[in-house]
Ligand binder design. Structure first.
Ligand SMILES: Cc1cc2nc3c(=O)[nH]c(=O)nc-3n(C[C@H](O)[C@H](O)[C@H](O)COP(=O)(O)OP(=O)(O)OC[C@H]3O[C@@H](n4cnc5c(N)ncnc54)[C@H](O)[C@@H]3O)c2cc1C
Length: 368
């Protein structure tokens, strides 16, 4: 039987980031049920960093992540992880309330006129815009480079990565976990639950109470850039109420209906009706017809009831550590979240700027 200090379940951005942040200070096995890491949410994101996104905890983690994105360790990240994009929020009369709330809690959002918005992105129909604002520092993230960099670092520091290996059950006995996986048994001092949409399922398999995580489907479609427009340098454009967004992607347009439908954990696929309704909302905001969808996919954004990640040791079960519920922000918060998770896991002091966020993320906030 294999034996380790820490068994991390899930090799998405969360598990990979934590394995890298542990930095060889403990023996780690990183377990992944799929044949390749990144098959689920991590490989399906919109790859954007937006500071003015999510609740106060998310914003604190994003702000703390930004310098780590801007100056990553060159040994593992030889190319820049961020490239300039910007985000333009536009509100029609129906999402003016959302827009005002966004402005009230934002940092560095520049209010824009409807004409200014349409000048920046000529595809927008100015007649439907009643308010607009621009975040210049929003950036595209090279998610694959980030994920592969974390995995490379983890491996280089001695972490063993087991693919095609699903945790199927675990029980705690004499201060250790005896873990059943589809690739054999493993003994571990600590289990880290970084299983994304399956985090509550993994908890149940370890006889740990669920915390109420809900996977929500989000759809993405790739459309050709409309004839007569050069969309390459546009910012990401989002309705202030998150009812749709689009961003340039390799000469095409990536469009999302902004859907958030609760589903069971699964290998997510597109609901054609949700996509059609979402494209209709997008269509109403722009001046060109949707002629063709080149490709589409869906992924799961998994939220706790308070939309704050769940990070820390379980309150009731020894040696069970949560790293879940990153919702729609798991890539942009990954550098800081990996660091905080590793600090808590190894009993180290937290950066003062993230102590309140760490407290808010504790699994102890859930009733036992
Ligand atoms: C359409 C879409 C757009 C998004 N856009 C952005 C964005 O622009 N910016 C941003 O920051 N975030 C974005 N997100 C959110 C981000 O993708 C997620 O928060 C993040 O990828 C979650 O990472 P994870 O490692 O927790 O989950 P995952 O990547 O899903 O990894 C969990 C892993 O656990 C494995 N696993 C599960 N059960 C077991 C088991 N029993 N045994 C072994 N392995 C198991 C799974 O196979 C999976 O690989 C987006 C998400 C979606 C779906």
């Amino acid at each position: 039987m294999l034996s380790t200090d820490i068994l991390i379940v899930g090799a998405g951005i969360a598990g990979a980031g934590l394995a890298a942040a542990i930095d060889g200070r403990r023996d780690v096995i990183l377990l992944e049920q799929e044949a390749r890491p990144g098959h689920h949410s991590t490989g399906r994101s919109a790859a954007i960093f937006i500071q003015n996104y999510g609740n106060a905890v998310i914003r604190a983690l994003s702000a703390a992540s930004r310098p780590l994105f801007d100056m990553p360790e060159p040994e593992y990240f030889p190319e820049p992880l961020l490239s300039p994009r910007g985000i333009l929020f536009v509100a029609g009369k129906d999402d003016l309330g959302d827009h005002e709330a966004l402005l009230a809690e934002s940092d560095g959002l520049v209010p824009f006129s409807a004409e200014g918005a349409a000048e920046m992105v000529p595809l927008l129909d100015p007649s439907g815009i009643v308010a607009s604002a621009y975040e210049p520092d929003a950036s595209d993230i090279d998610v694959n480079a980030l994920h592969q960099g974390w995995l490379r670092k983890a491996r280089g520091k001695g972490c063993v990565i087991q693919l095609d290996a699903a945790l199927t059950g675990a029980r705690r006995s004499a201060g250790k976990w005896l873990v059943e996986t589809s690739a054999g048994a493993i003994e571990a001092n600590v289990i880290v639950n970084a299983a994304g949409a399956w985090a509550d399922t993994v908890a149940a398999a370890c006889e740990v109470p669920r915390v109420g995580l809900v996977p929500m489907r989000r759809t993405m479609a790739v459309l050709p850039c409309p004839d007569g427009y050069d969309c390459r340098h546009w910012p990401l454009v989002s309705s202030s109420g998150d009812h749709w967004y689009f961003k340039p992607d390799a000469g095409r347009l990536l469009v999302s209906p902004g859907d958030e439908d609760p589903v069971e954990p699964h290998d997510a696929f597109v609901d054609d009706m949700v996509l059609a309704e979402g494209l209709d909302r997008y269509q109403q905001a722009v001046l060109a017809e949707v002629t063709r969808v080149e490709t589409s996919w869906a992924g799961l954004r998994t939220f706790a009831p308070d939309r704050t990640p769940v990070v820390g040791f379980d309150a009731g079960i020894d040696g069970f550590f949560w790293l879940a519920g990153q919702g729609g922000y798991g890539i942009q918060t990954s550098p800081a979240l990996s660091q905080v998770a590793s600090n808590i896991l190894l009993g180290e002091e937290l950066p003062a700027s993230l102590a309140a966020a760490a407290e808010a993320m504790s699994p102890r906030r859930f009733p036992q």
